[in-house]
Ligand binder design. Structure first.
Ligand SMILES: Cc1cc2nc3c(=O)[nH]c(=O)nc-3n(C[C@H](O)[C@H](O)[C@H](O)COP(=O)(O)OP(=O)(O)OC[C@H]3O[C@@H](n4cnc5c(N)ncnc54)[C@H](O)[C@@H]3O)c2cc1C
Length: 368
């Protein structure tokens, strides 16, 4: 250890959410020394907690973190409804406080130096960075080959390096106490959530009701109406941001990487960020292990860009008008199309282009 520094490491990770903890675990597999900084070990990230059930096997996570397994999803639009059978690719519900805590502890057990502290500042040099981290006791000075901003949608690291935050939408949600449900519900259309969606998910012994707000719309008033309809008006409304994926988002600059919400890596349309931040972490760990920073962006784009674009266009095509949202639910009533959609969602079918979405839809539309 050098007198000037409290720690010297290969990779300093800021943010102990799914992105940061998974990166730490993946780096441990490559035997790369890393430090994980989380500002609050008790943080309970505002989240529906819905993840593909396959994530437990894929990332070797304890199944005890799954509080519910969902095999049927109920879909509603202004004038239509459908039940989507997802038995072949179920959705698991986790509680984020426990989930994030467990991931951090796994990383620690597997070799990560886990520290409760808050990222304060960074200085970038040609071959290394120096960061200041504030803990309860002192300010730590850490030297690292790389720093990773995995500090969420309001990333201070991104703000310091690029002077921007990731693009995002506001969500509103309430937790309805002592009311447990066994399925997930999604609501589309101007009556529920213009151009995006509202959801009702089980949340342990409780239920969460939320909505993604389209900017400059009357989404807030519409959400209030939904709460009234669901007898949940008396519960305290909370707001938080969710990334709006940006094709031009920066992956790396001056020995600093951006990961997870800090890189805007939530899938358009469904707004799943847990799974994609974990998969992105695996790609980044590979890039760091090769000491090839540009491999991260290249491999990420090869793996995900087509499907992110496809979901982006599908969202525009189906959710930007009530007519199409209603039609989308007709689409989902067809068992064969349901199965195909599930294959796309589960990354088991090649993503389709915007043009093909439109062609396939009209073929189906004129046949039926
Ligand atoms: C209301 C809502 C519902 C959602 N529902 C779902 C869902 O059902 N399924 C799904 O897949 N996704 C959902 N998402 C998105 C999902 O929550 C995120 O995409 C996911 O949490 C991204 O993980 P992350 O690790 O990148 O960021 P985060 O989970 O935000 O983790 C960032 C971590 O960094 C820490 N941190 C921040 N600043 C500092 C600092 N200065 N120093 C040290 N640490 C810091 C934070 O405390 C936090 O622990 C939802 C989002 C919202 C807002």
């Amino acid at each position: 250890m050098n007198d000037k520094f409290d720690f010297i490491t290969n990779t300093l990770i800021i943010g102990g959410g799914p992105a940061g903890s998974t990166l730490a675990r993946e780096l441990n597999k490559h035997d790369i020394d890393n430090i994980l900084i989380e500002k609050n070990f008790n943080y309970d990230k505002p989240c529906g907690g819905g993840i593909k059930s396959s994530v437990f096997k894929e990332f070797n996570l304890p199944k005890t973190l799954e509080t519910k397994k969902i095999t049927n999803v109920n879909l509603f639009s202004n004038l239509n409804s459908a039940v989507f059978n997802i038995k072949k690719a179920p959705l698991s519900i986790v509680l984020r406080k426990e989930f994030d805590h467990s991931l951090r502890l796994l990383a620690k057990k597997e070799g990560t130096n886990l520290i409760e502290g808050k990222y304060k500042s960074i200085e970038c040099f040609k071959d290394y960075i120096i960061a200041k981290i504030k803990t309860n006791e002192k300010i730590l000075i850490i030297k690292a080959d790389y720093l990773v901003g995995a500090d969420g949608v309001k990333s201070s690291v991104k703000k310091d390096i690029l002077n921007v935050y990731p693009k995002s939408f506001l969500t509103n949600y309430v937790i309805v106490k002592n009311k447990s449900i066994d399925s997930c519900e999604f609501y589309f259309g101007s009556k529920y959530a213009p151009k995006r969606y509202a959801w009702i998910f089980p949340h342990g012994e409780d239920t969460s009701i939320g909505s993604i707000f389209e900017p400059n719309s009357n989404a807030s008033k519409i959400f209030d109406d939904l709460l009234k309809e669901k007898d949940a008006k008396s519960y305290k409304k909370k707001g938080f941001y969710i990334p709006n994926w940006d094709k031009k988002s920066v992956f790396y600059k001056n020995r600093v990487f951006f990961l997870g919400d800090a890189a805007g890596q939530t899938l358009p349309f469904t707004y799943e960020g847990i799974y994609y931040s974990m998969r992105s972490a695996r790609i980044l760990a590979n890039a760091i292990s090769k000491n090839e920073p540009l491999f991260y962006e290249k491999k990420w784009k090869e793996t995900f860009e087509k499907s992110f674009l496809s979901y982006h266009w599908a969202e525009r095509f189906f959710l930007y008008s009530d007519f199409m949202s209603n039609k989308m639910l007709d689409f989902f009533k067809n068992k064969k199309l349901q199965e195909k959609a599930l294959l796309y969602w589960d990354n088991k079918a090649k993503p389709i282009s915007a043009k093909d979405i439109v062609i396939k839809f009209f073929k189906y539309f004129f046949k039926s």
